[in-house]
Design a binder for this molecule. Structure first.
Ligand code: SF4
Length: 353
C-alpha cells in the first residue's frame, strides 16, 4: 500500500499500517528527539507482514533509539571540529562539504547527522551565509572538489540548486561538484528534466553519490531515475551503510552491489556505521564487517566492490578498513591472501644490474 504523502508522525505510521497501535507511545517518544519521514515510495516498499523487514528497519522508528550508549556522540564524525564557518566542513585540503540544507526526504534511523537534520535541525543556509561559504571556497585555491551534502541537497528546488551551482561555476580551481543524496531511491519522481538540468554546473564535472542499502530499494522507478541522470552525463556513485538487520548478509550485499552496477551506479563507499546516538542496534563489529567484505570479494566482480571505510570518531577522517590481504613474511617477502583465503608468497624486489 502506497500512501499519497510523506508520513511524518507516529499516527501517520499507524494509519498506513506500518506501526501497531501498541507501539505508538514509544515512537512518539522517539519523535520528540529525532525526525520522522517516510516517503510514499518507501512506505510502498515495506512488507507489513514481516516484523524484520529491512526497509522498515531503516525508516520506522524503534524504542532502541532512546538508548544512547557511552561511546556514542552527537557529532560522531566531527563535522563541527572542522567547520571554519557556517555551512562549510573543511576536513581534507582538497575538498570541502557545503551543507546548504539540513532537511531530507526521509529520515534514516541510523543517520550519522541525526542531531543536525530535520525540522528542528540546522535548517537551510541563509543567503548571506551561503555567500560567505562560497567566498571561503573562492579564497582557498587548494579546494578542487565541493561536496554538497546536509541533509539532502536534492530536496532543494531546481532554481535553488541552479543558484548554488552558478555561484560555484566561476571559481576556476573547483573542478568537481559532488552531491550526496537519497532522492533517486526514495523519491525518484523528483529526478525530472528541470532538476537534472540544475545539476550541471557549467565547466565542472558533476558526480551524484546515491545512498542505497538494500537491493529492494532499486525499484524500476529508481533505476529509471538513475538512467535519466546517466544519460544526461551525471556520473553516478553508490554509497551504502553496513547495517545489522538490513544488509549484514553477503547475498544481500552482492545483490545490492550488482543492482547498483547494472543501474550504472558505481559502488564507491561501504560505510561502517557511525557512533550516532541511539544507533547501537544497527552496529556490527569491525571484524564482522571485514568478514562480509572478504566474502563479497570472492562472490562478485571487481566493478561491484565498494571500499569499506570507517570515519574515525572525532573528525579524523575516513580510512579503509578491509582486512589486510598482504603481510610481511621476512627477508623482503610478502604473504598475500587470495579471495579464497589461500596464502601465496610474493618475492622480494630484485635490484637488477
Ligand atoms: S538521507 Fe542522509 S542525512 Fe538524511 S537522514 Fe538519511 S543518512 Fe541522514
Amino acid at each position: 500500500m502506497k500512501p499519497d504523502r510523506t508520513l511524518r508522525t507516529a499516527a501517520d505510521l499507524v494509519a498506513a499500517g506500518l506501526l501497531r497501535e501498541g507501539r505508538r507511545p514509544e515512537v512518539e517518544a522517539v519523535a520528540e528527539r529525532y525526525a520522522i519521514a517516510v516517503t510514499p515510495t518507501v512506505a510502498g516498499l515495506i512488507e507489513r507482514s514481516d516484523p524484520a523487514d529491512p526497509i522498515a528497519r531503516q525508516f520506522v522508528p524503534d524504542a532502541s533509539e532512546l538508548v544512547t550508549t557511552p561511546e556514542e556522540r552527537d557529532d560522531p564524525i566531527g563535522d563541527l571540529t572542522h567547520s571554519p564557518l557556517e555551512g562549510i566542513v573543511h576536513r581534507y585540503p582538497d575538498r570541502v562539504l557545503l551543507k546548504a540544507v539540513h532537511v531530507c526526504p526521509v529520515y534514516c534511523r541510523f543517520c550519522f547527522r541525526r542531531e543536525m537534520v530535520g525540522p528542528d535541525g540546522l535548517g537551510t543556509l541563509a543567503p548571506e551565509a551561503l555567500e560567505r561559504a562560497v567566498a571561503y571556497i573562492a579564497d582557498h585555491p587548494e579546494i578542487w572538489e565541493v561536496i554538497l551534502t546536509g541533509g539532502d541537497p536534492l530536496v532543494l528546488s531546481a532554481r535553488r540548486l541552479e543558484d548554488i551551482l552558478a555561484r560555484l561555476a566561476p571559481i576556476p580551481h573547483v573542478k568537481i561538484v559532488r552531491l550526496h543524496t537519497r532522492v533517486p531511491v526514495v523519491e525518484p519522481e523528483r529526478i525530472d528534466a528541470r532538476l537534472i538540468g540544475a545539476l550541471r554546473a557549467s565547466g565542472k564535472t558533476t558526480y551524484l553519490a546515491v545512498h542505497a542499502n538494500h537491493p529492494r530499494e532499486l525499484t524500476a522507478a529508481a533505476r529509471a531515475a538513475a538512467a535519466r541522470l546517466a544519460e544526461a552525463g551525471v556520473a553516478l556513485l553508490g554509497q551504502t551503510v553496513l547495517l545489522r538487520g538490513v544488509n549484514d548478509d553477503v547475498s544481500v550485499l552482492a545483490q545490492l552491489m550488482r543492482g547498483l552496477v547494472e543501474a550504472r551506479i558505481k559502488p564507491y563507499y561501504l560505510h561502517h556505521p557511525d557512533l550516532a546516538p541511539g544507533t547501537a542496534h544497527f552496529r556490527l563489529t569491525i571484524a564482522e564487517g571485514q568478514a562480509l567484505v572478504a566474502a563479497l570479494r570472492g562472490r562478485v566482480s571487481g566493478l561491484c566492490q565498494p571500499t569499506y571505510v570507517l570515519d574515525i570518531p572525532g573528525g579524523h577522517g575516513k580510512v579503509p578498513i578491509s582486512a589486510a590481504s598482504v603481510r610481511m613474511a621476512g627477508e623482503g617477502c610478502y604473504t598475500v591472501s587470495d579471495w579464497q583465503g589461500r596464502e601465496h608468497l610474493y618475492p622480494p624486489a630484485s635490484m637488477g644490474e
